[in-house]
Design a protein around this ligand. Structure first.
Ligand code: SF4
Length: 342
């Protein structure tokens, strides 16, 4: 039955799709059986489809999952997320086999700064220190001095001498947040963005904050609405203590301890599944319920089953690039509080 099922998995509208007649229970049983057989560990990012999150061994943000991958004694890591995340797991665990269920799962933010563009930018600013958000390819990490997450971006830049010129990329909204928080004017920010987060507008946030006057606001600093949230708090339109700029990992921690009955969430909608599980008493509402990442949703149940059965798609990073990229990630960890990324 398994061989027939695997052979019948096909791409429909670009997504790996199961043949008709396979129930969720049958799919889940096959995934678990193959996982045992291959001594594999399944990791799922917070933006994955609910069924993928539910069958994973661990769910979390990109950096936390990569660190779990580095510590496990499983032979195979199946990273259910986008390609740069699986690459980061491979960089931190070069001796393990790292698979992604669909290698076409890219990231508009990581794509917004290529290695060639970064080389040119560095040449224009000799002597500048490059700080890159973890949403970057291995090639870009290899050209980076220090990586950062949304939790520690401010700390990483603040750890540099005040007169040190900084190139910050690729996310312009996170860069603006860092510039505001550090008060530095020697940070050059790359004009990249994630199309999903940039699509969560200040207008939607203002309207929802107005309609839900007691709700807390959980905002990912990559969001297009991040500046609006700071503005709303600064103008007294919402109380500053209601506005919480949080990485996805920190959102889960805050969800468990909040005493609000309603929380407005400004990030990719897959996050709501984890937040509702973390605290079922709270009404978590998306600021923009259309903010879904099509790349994340390429990791379908069929893609995961095919990946485990065939050992595809394998993620590789050449040794030289991996070593340089690892240095930039380890420098970040040495500064402390790596927290979490997206
Ligand atoms: S939500 Fe944006 S930053 Fe995250 S994986 Fe999708 S495109 Fe990339």
């Amino acid at each position: 039955m398994l061989n027939k099922t695997i052979e019948s998995i096909s791409r429909v509208d670009g997504l790996w799709t199961l043949p008709d007649g396979i129930s969720t229970d049958e799919w889940a049983a096959e995934v678990r059986r193959l996982k045992e057989e291959k001594n594999a560990l399944i990791l799922a990012h917070n933006y994955q489809l609910p069924e993928i999150q539910d069958i994973a061994d661990h769910t979390g943000d990109s950096l936390a999952l990569s660190r779990i991958a580095a510590e496990t004694d499983a032979d195979v890591i199946v990273f259910c997320g986008v390609h740069f995340m699986a690459e980061t797991a491979k960089i931190l665990s070069p001796e393990k086999t790292v698979l992604i269920p669909d290698a076409n799962a890219g990231c508009s933010l990581a794509d917004s700064l290529t290695a060639d563009e970064l080389r040119e930018w560095k040449a224009e600013h000799p002597g500048a220190v490059v700080v890159s958000y973890v949403n970057t390819t291995a090639d870009v990490k290899a050209l980076t001095d220090i990586c950062c997450t949304s939790s520690n971006a401010v700390d990483v830049v603040a750890s540099l001498p005040e007169d040190q010129e900084v190139l910050f990329g690729p996310d312009q909204f996170l860069g603006a947040h860092v510039r505001r928080e550090t008060g530095r004017d020697n940070i050059h920010v790359w004009a990249g963005e994630c199309h999903v987060h940039a699509g969560i507008s200040g207008q939607e946030l203002s309207q929802q904050a107005h309609d839900n006057p007691t709700a807390d606001l959980f905002i990912h600093p990559e969001c297009g609405c991040a500046n609006s949230a700071i503005y709303l708090a600064g103008e007294g339109i919402v109380e500053p203590e209601r506005v919480k700029m949080l990485s996805t990992g920190d959102m889960i921690s805050q969800a468990k301890s909040t005493n609000q009955s309603t929380v407005l969430v400004a990030t990719e909608v897959g996050m709501l599944h984890q937040l509702r599980q973390a605290n079922p008493e709270v009404d978590f509402r998306a600021v923009n319920d259309r903010a879904a990442c099509t790349y994340m949703k390429m990791i379908t149940p069929a893609a995961l089953l095919r990946c485990l059965a065939l050992g595809e798609d394998e993620v590789t990073v050449d040794e030289e690039t991996a070593a340089a990229a690892r240095r930039s990630v380890e420098r970040m960890i040495a500064i402390g509080n790596p927290g979490s990324g997206e």
